[in-house]
Ligand binder design. Structure first.
Ligand code: DOR
Ligand code: ZN
Length: 443
């Protein structure tokens, strides 16, 4: 079950794309003249291959942007236990189409990922599918019940090399337990990812607490429920030295707290989802349960603060919180629907359109928040690396000049809960390469 190796330095590898791949006419990070990138046995061999180079396979890059393969540190692939919503295979296809070469799937499966063998089953299945590295996130508490801390060390040493622990979907409510988890996490050098949601303030909450929820008669989820846990865990990180990461930050107040933490040199990190960067609670007026998500869609002032925080580095990562749900759990009253949204296939388009197309940032920024920093926070080897000779060929080719409409019927997931239905985007993933193997190619 467990291996006697130490935490692997390079990460277990699925079969690298054998032979050679020539990606013609691409602009790494969207900079400079188009070049030909040659990949040999899964590694970048040259960034300036001659025109007459031949290779086993070729992709015509058409002058497009080449980024390091995207890394999503927060998805729910629902296997085992809820395969009608998603499987590791369908989720891997969605990830590859979305430009991802590595994803971290949360522990809220059935059974919960709280044992080394369960984490290994997920990792091995992902490697067998071979479209994306699917890393298992381990639960912080057994069964996500908030009572007993799991064996971080055993899961880290397993073949799954679990490096992140989270009760996501649920918050670790008990402060003393979070403190003990932080001490343990520090000792074995793993990341704790907190779903910040104070329970007594959100017992029946279904929507952001504000004027829209009042008007619609929906039970409110106050910002303070998130911010009080963020504040608490920043202090726990300060006093016990653990690496604590905050999942799906959604409020302007959380951003202020993270800024303060940074100013104090406290080791916390945070992610934001594409939906919290794009949508507000105004969407709830249709009562369509596709807009129910946890934490809820908030107000424009929060969206503005989140965008600013991602731009200035207060928030380091974009993560989708891709949360597929079968139709029966969404085609019902808003209050009874499961929270969660699909996100893997639209993430790059939303981030690129919001930040690059609008002129607020460049492609280096996208590489940073969607690849380099998620890999750094999770201490993931082989991903989020520079596009340079000798580096693993984990790459994403981006078409920055197109128009397409997001449709639930087009997604890879069996689920249909796509809140971006009917929205038009102007950027899309053209191809994805995992260690030299083409895992998605629109051509
Ligand atoms: O909206 C959400 N859905 N938020 C979470 O934290 C969990 C997720 C899920 O598992 O469906
Ligand atoms: Zn989640």
């Amino acid at each position: 079950m467990t291996s006697d190796k130490n935490f692997p330095a390079t990460g277990p590898l699925s079969d690298p794309g054998e032979g050679s791949l020539l990606i013609r006419n691409v602009r790494p990070y969207g900079e400079g003249e188009a070049r030909n990138v040659l990949v040999q046995d899964g590694v970048i061999a040259s960034l300036d291959a001659a025109e007459d180079t031949s290779a086993d396979r070729e992709i015509d890059g058409k002058g497009r942007v080449l980024l390091p393969g995207l890394v999503d540190m927060h998805v729910h692939l629902r296997e085992p236990g809820n395969e009608e919503a998603e499987t590791i295979e369908s989720g891997s296809r969605a990830a590859a189409r979305g430009g991802f070469t590595a994803v971290f799937t949360m522990a809220n499966n059935t059974p919960v990922t709280d044992e080394p063998t369960l984490a290994e089953a997920i990792w091995n299945k992902g490697q067998k599918v071979g479209l994306c590295d699917v890393h298992a996130v381990g639960a912080i508490t057994r069964g996500l019940e908030g009572e007993h801390i799991t064996e971080f060390s055993m899961m880290k040493q397993s073949d799954a090399a679990v490096r992140m622990f989270s009760d996501d979907g649920k918050c670790v409510q008990n402060a003393a337990l979070m403190r003990r988890a932080a001490e343990y996490a520090r000792g074995v050098d793993v990341l704790l990812a907190q779903h910040a949601q104070e329970g007594t303030l959100t017992a029946k909450s279904v929507a952001h607490e504000g004027p829209v929820a009042s008007e619609l008669g929906l039970e409110g989820w106050p910002r303070a429920a998130e911010e009080s846990i963020v504040a608490r865990d920043i202090l726990i990180a300060r006093d016990y030295g653990a690496r604590i990461h905050f999942c799906h930050i959604s409020t302007a107040g959380s951003v202020e707290l993270l800024r303060w933490a940074k100013s104090q040199g406290i080791k916390v990190t945070a992610e934001v989802t594409p939906h919290h960067l794009l949508l507000t609670d105004e969407r709830l007026r249709t009562y369509d349960a596709v807009n129910r998500v946890n934490p809820p869609l908030r107000e424009q002032s929060d969206v503005d603060a989140l965008r600013e925080a991602l731009l200035d580095g207060t928030i380091q990562a974009v993560a989708t919180d891709h949360a597929p749900h079968a139709d029966e759990f969404k085609a019902c009253e808003f209050e009874h629907a499961n929270p969660g949204m699909l996100g893997l296939e639209t993430s790059l388009a939303i981030i690129a359109d919001t930040f690059v197309k609008s002129g607020k940032a460049d492609w280096r920024f996208v590489a940073k928040v969607m690849s380099e920093q998620p890999a750094e926070i999770t201490q993931l080897p082989g991903h989020g690396r520079p596009i340079a000779e000798g580096e693993p060929a984990n790459l994403t080719l981006v078409d920055e000049d197109c128009t397409w409409t997001a449709k639930a019927e087009d997604v890879e997931s069996p689920a249909n809960n796509l809140p971006f239905e009917g929205m038009e985007f102007h950027t899309r993933v053209a191809a994805t390469i995992l260690r030299g193997k083409v895992t998605f190619n629109e051509q």
